[in-house]
Design a protein around this ligand. Structure first.
Ligand SMILES: Nc1ncnc2c1ncn2[C@@H]1O[C@H](COP(=O)(O)OP(=O)(O)OP(=O)(O)O)[C@@H](O)[C@H]1O
Length: 273
């Protein structure tokens, strides 16, 4: 065992030494027809971090999330959560391993109050609750009551308890993103993947989202966050992984990434080629 880690992080993510890996993406490849969306991408997310995933439009970020969480089937490569192989597992199976994700565009929740919308999450993710509806209806009732109480508690923690009885369709885009994050917490995730949590969100709500993510991280939740808002992600996440053309270009601290010529050329905008 090495006694001390070097202060300066090594760039080139796959070679970085990580102490306690919760999520491992191992040479994942995904093609759509002739298009290579994910090109042998490899990286690891260390427990307790807020890891940022950035890169140009079409770099393959959302595709990676879809592969990790079982919404897409890979061509080759593997995904491990806490060391367990979840490659091509169903979304609810991945969730059972403690990994939950949100979507770039939250689902439409017509005809539901915010509190009801909160409950769509755990029911859809928990394959067993559907089965126990037939085998043990009493248990389901207890579970639903518990879910309802948990939903209200989490809404209060997010300081949006007052929205509980409001129609979900009446929320602003930013409020909806807060509800989406709150809803993900109902599943008590160990690892939370957020796909553009502040896209289209006004600065006040973006600050609220940032504070909530930081609070949850302090409480032990590991995050991997796709985001185009550079101020937001660079101030919140460390390390930052840069994806370009389906594979990892660079990984490092926000400062190292901001100043890396390859990142400037590919994404942040430099002299141009
Ligand atoms: N279901 C699909 N069918 C066909 N092509 C797809 C599909 N999903 C993604 N792609 C393609 O894969 C490539 C990567 O897309 P992806 O959405 O993963 O990029 P991204 O980095 O998340 O982009 P953005 O930042 O714009 O959201 C793109 O060329 C996209 O058109």
């Amino acid at each position: 065992m090495s006694e001390q880690q070097p202060q300066e992080r090594l760039l080139d993510g796959p070679n970085m030494e990580k102490e306690d890996v919760v999520l491992e993406v191992d040479t994942l490849r995904k093609t759509f027809g002739g298009l290579v969306a994910t090109d042998n991408a490899s990286f690891q997310v260390e427990r307790g971090t807020i890891t940022g995933l950035i890169g140009p439009n079409g770099a393959g970020k959302s595709t990676l999330f879809n592969l990790i969480t079982g919404f897409y089937e890979q061509d080759s490569g593997a995904v491990r959560v806490n060391g367990a192989d979840v490659t091509n597992a169903e979304p609810h199976e991945v969730a059972e391993h403690g990994l939950i994700r949100t979507f770039q565009t939250p689902r439409k929740l017509e005809g539901m109050t915010v509190r009801e919308a909160m409950l769509v999450g755990p029911q859809a993710q928990d394959g067993e609750s559907f089965i126990s509806l037939f085998t043990n209806p009493g248990k389901v009732h207890d579970q639903e009551k518990q879910n309802l109480e948990d939903a209200q508690r989490i809404l209060e923690e997010f300081e949006i308890g007052h929205l509980a009885t409001q129609a979900a369709t009446d929320l602003s885009g930013g409020q909806m993103k807060l509800v989406e994050l709150a809803r993900a917490m109902l599943a008590e995730p160990e690892v939370l993947l957020l796909d553009e949590p502040v896209a289209g969100v006004n600065p006040t709500l973006a600050n609220k989202l940032r504070d909530q993510i930081a609070r949850l991280n302090e409480e032990g939740v590991t995050f991997c966050i796709i985001e185009h808002d550079m101020d937001f992600i660079m101030n919140l996440a460390d390390p930052i992984i840069v994806l370009d053309q389906g594979s990892v270009l660079v990984e490092g601290t926000p400062d190292a990434v901001r100043n890396d010529d390859r990142v400037i050329d590919a994404y942040l905008g430099g002299p141009g080629e």
